[in-house]
Ligand binder design. Structure first.
Ligand SMILES: [Zn+2]
Ligand SMILES: [Zn+2]
Length: 388
């Protein structure tokens, strides 16, 4: 689970790659014409093909802001060297001849790409977002249908009966958008509903609560096995009026969060690529509800950009080779299973903490009579694996 950005750690002396202070970089884009130039260059990428180079006159025609040519050029030149590359200067690419179809023109520099992608990732559109709708997930504790809500860039999954919070994390509104929505068009009635009928992805035809959920045995007295029903009638992906499909949102959030947390689990910030620090946090000291059903979180924080995440022990260990091998050998493909459908990953029913010296936490995973126990130390490093 996560809670967005942590404290800003960058000081006034920190510089962007192009040598600007962060405040100067912010100031640079705080102008209507310059912001429009950056977005126009970003949109010319279109997400496909090589980054285009836009001649001056073309670029000016793409920027829908009233300004004369000299003023436009003034603002454009202020961006050159930081967010924008003047291809005639040829200083931004590492390899000669890479993207040289239009030698005279302008393109985003890498910093400009990172900046504009970040902004465009926050585009929501005028979309009715899911709120308290039935998800494909059955509660591991009480078997009720877990509810899905997406609002204010927070994706949440919570059981309405026992109130266990399965998910609460910052996820950009891109998860509302299918690949053919062109992201910024969502809300204008153009969204494509993934109804599972794509022949290239036959597994999507199946209910999302899949076989691994049924064969898994959660460890611990709270782990009451659920019934055998596979899907809730309300969770079959009925789209909202403007085309947002809760099931598709659920699947995209599953993939997005899985990959982010794998990166954190590997000690690398998924936002900036920086290394992360580790701290184990007693659940009782965390801000999360239902700590009676929590043992601990492993906090991974990035000092470089401030991103951070609170990992459950299963999330920390899911990329370990012993866990990957155990899951594969017992018929569970982690990449195909939304993490919330695995009790050992999403709850602490398989977690025990040994507060002695040295401190240890153990995760037990049981599947069809096979058992794997992985122990970690307070740095989150694996110190023992046992299989029986
Ligand atoms: Zn419940
Ligand atoms: Zn970072």
């Amino acid at each position: 689970m996560g809670d967005g950005d942590g404290d800003a750690s960058n000081g006034p002396d920190d510089r962007t790659y192009a040598g600007r202070s962060l405040s100067a970089a912010y100031d640079l884009v705080g102008n209507e014409v310059r912001a429009a130039i950056l977005l126009a260059l970003s949109r010319t990428h279109g997400g496909q093909g090589e980054p285009p180079v836009v001649p001056f006159s073309d670029l000016r025609s793409r920027v829908d802001v009233e300004t004369d040519s000299s003023q436009f050029n003034y603002h454009l030149q202020r961006l050159v060297g930081t967010f924008v590359e003047d291809r005639s200067a040829g200083d931004a690419q590492l390899v000669d001849g890479f993207v040289d179809t239009e030698p005279d023109g302008y393109a985003l520099r890498p910093e400009g790409s990172l900046f504009t992608r970040s902004l465009r990732a926050s585009i929501a559109g005028e979309t009715t977002t899911p709120s308290g709708v039935a998800s494909p997930l059955s509660c591991h504790y009480c078997d009720a249908t877990v509810e899905l809500t997406y609002r204010n860039a927070i994706f949440a999954l919570q059981c309405p009966d026992c109130e266990f919070l399965y998910e609460y994390d910052l996820v950009p509104p891109g998860i509302l958008h299918g690949p053919d929505d062109h992201s910024e068009g969502v809300g204008r009635g153009s969204a494509v509903v993934d109804d599972g009928a794509d022949d290239e992805h036959p597994r999507r035809r199946e209910p999302l609560r899949t076989a691994p959920r049924r064969t898994e045995t959660a460890v611990g007295e709270d782990a009451t096995p659920s019934g055998e029903d596979d899907a809730h009638p309300d969770a079959t992906g009925a789209a909202t009026a403007d085309g947002v499909d809760p099931r598709a949102v659920y699947e995209r959030a599953a993939t997005y969060l899985r990959e982010r947390r794998r990166s954190f689990a590997g000690g690398v910030c998924p936002t900036c690529g920086g290394g992360t620090t580790t701290a184990t946090v007693d659940a009782a000291d965390s801000a999360y509800p239902r700590t009676d059903r929590r043992e601990l979180f492993v906090n991974r924080s990035c000092v470089h950009c401030g991103d951070r995440n609170y990992l459950r022990l299963g999330e920390l260990l899911q990329r370990q080779s012993a866990v990957v091998a155990f899951c594969h050998e017992t018929g569970l493909e982690l990449d195909d299973t939304p993490p919330w459908e695995l009790a050992w990953l999403v709850t602490d029913t398989g977690v025990t903490v040994d507060d002695g010296e040295p401190w240890r936490a153990h995760l037990a995973i049981e599947r069809d009579g096979d058992r794997l126990v992985v122990a970690v130390d307070d740095a989150g490093d694996v110190v023992e694996t046992r299989r029986s």
